[in-house]
Design a binder for this molecule. Structure first.
Ligand SMILES: NC(=O)c1ccc[n+]([C@@H]2O[C@H](COP(=O)([O-])OP(=O)(O)OC[C@H]3O[C@@H](n4cnc5c(N)ncnc54)[C@H](O)[C@@H]3O)[C@@H](O)[C@H]2O)c1
Ligand SMILES: N[C@@H](CCCCN[C@@H](CCC(=O)O)C(=O)O)C(=O)O
Length: 406
């Protein structure tokens, strides 16, 4: 039915490629491209052994629009799925624009020298994508991605007005390493060391970073995994949800962190290892965070002995027919089961499956449009059905528990 070009052969790219290969009626041809072709070839060989499907592989430096354009012209895909790094979002979007091909990603653009991820750069492409008659789907992983779909579903089916949203992201897994990140260490550490923001009554409110005095946290009792300390964190989906969920009074994002993780992060920051500027080391220019990434475990290799589960979802408070109530929509994903299926831990799995589903809906024409879209602007129903079918089942429950009120 369609051809997909996947760019990025890391933890998430492995999952997207394998999940697409499981649906040969939808994804007739697959090309997996990355900066290092050997990584693509390894995944392609797994796919051949597991599903008997041949996929193409290619080397591309996605920082260079001309290389992506050449690859698109050669393979002629219907959609490009970008699961490289956020730094490549704009160069890949430019290439899609030049060649008239749909685009999908899982993380919004951030400049290398400024760890501030914002949608403004990608939203600026809207008119050009519209004029070209193509579609860009932004942030189609789990969070952003599925969490936005949960919000669109709640707005469509559960509430007349949603007053507050709390997104809760728990990784209660154990990978056995003293310190590791579950997706690209450089991107992850830039994200979790920033000043925290949540949105209340039309304004962004700032609070200290998770490793600093005064950070905001509370214990939440997660389904299936129990109580976990959850920290207020800035996450990109809040920026688009504030714009698209009408009548919203407050939105917050919480992520779980263990004391061990926080202690390591605090020390790394205090000794300068999370710096993103160049340091001169014996005549050699070194970016400490990039060097740290080299030393930390590769997130794509973490899955082997991973135990435990992730629990990610949204708690809504709002009104329907004059009645006020709270609902919790969430997914639970088991690291070991994800590994058994696609040799990936659950953070890669929960990101890669939604990217595959988004690409499938675009290829089938179920999601269509001209311009740049965040996931909550598209129909949540076919996506919610597909989550149940392709490995990320969800539940909706009444929520009677307590959340901090501020
Ligand atoms: N929305 C979500 O829920 C969510 C969650 C986790 C990760 N993510 C995003 O998923 C993406 C992939 O994460 P990951 O854990 O697989 O990271 P990773 O580091 O394991 O993989 C990234 C891949 O991109 C390749 N790459 C980097 N620069 C490139 C370039 N210039 N040209 C071509 N290829 C290049 C790398 O070689 C690597 O194979 C990241 O953008 C991350 O922010 C989103
Ligand atoms: N879905 C998340 C994935 C990151 C999970 C981060 N939590 C830390 C906690 C680690 C620990 O406490 O040991 C993690 O790396 O899993 C996202 O979108 O960012």
């Amino acid at each position: 039915m369609g051809k997909v070009l996947i760019i990025g052969a890391g933890g998430v790219g492995n999952v997207v490629a394998k999940k697409c290969a499981m649906l040969p009626d939808v994804f007739e041809e697959i090309c997996l491209a990355s900066r290092t072709k050997e990584k693509c070839d390894k995944i392609a060989s797994d796919i051949k052994n597991q599903y008997g499907i041949d996929i193409k592989t290619a080397e591309v430096d996605a920082d260079k629009t001309e290389e992506v354009v050449a690859l698109i012209k050669d393979f002629n895909p219907d959609i490009v799925v970008n699961v490289a790094l956020p730094y490549q979002d704009l160069t890949i979007m430019d290439a899609c624009l030049e060649t008239g091909v749909h685009y999908l990603d899982t993380a919004n653009y951030e400049p290398k020298d400024n760890p501030k991820f914002e949608y403004k750069w990608q939203w600026a492409y809207h008119d050009r994508y519209k004029d070209a008659g193509i579609m860009a789907v932004l942030g189609c992983g789990f969070d952003p991605g599925v969490t936005n779909v949960f919000c669109a579903y709640a707005a469509k089916h559960l509430y007349d007005t949603i007053k507050t949203i709390d997104i809760l992201d728990c990784n209660a897994g154990d990978h056995g390493h003293p310190f590791a990140t579950n997706f690209n260490p450089e991107i992850n550490i830039r994200e979790v060391t920033q000043v925290v923001r949540h949105w209340k009554n039309g304004k962004w409110v700032e609070t200290p970073p998770i490793i600093e005095e005064g950070s905001v946290h509370f214990t939440f009792n997660y389904p299936e995994v129990g109580p976990r300390e959850s920290y207020l964190l800035y996450h990109e989906e809040m920026e688009s949800l504030v714009k698209h969920i009408k009548g919203l009074e407050r939105i917050r994002f919480w992520m779980t962190f263990s004391d061990q993780y926080l202690t390591h992060l605090k020390v790394l920051k205090n000794v300068g290892m999370t710096r993103i500027d160049e340091v001169d080391y014996e005549g050699c220019k070194v970016v400490p965070l990039k060097f740290l990434k080299k030393l930390l475990p590769d997130p794509a290799e973490l899955g082997t002995n991973y135990k435990g589960k992730t629990v990610i979802g949204c708690i809504f408070d709002g009104e329907k027919d004059g009645k006020r109530f709270k609902k919790y929509i969430y997914n639970v994903c088991d690291h070991a089961e994800a590994y058994k299926e696609v040799q990936a831990q659950a953070v890669s799995y929960t990101t890669g499956v939604p990217a595959m589903i988004g690409a499938m809906l675009v290829i089938k024409g179920v999601w269509s449009g001209k311009g740049v879209f965040n996931v909550e602007q598209l129909d949540p129903d076919p996506f919610m059905d597909a989550l149940n079918k392709y490995g990320l089942p969800w539940k909706i429950e009444d929520f009677e528990g307590e959340l901090p009120e501020f």
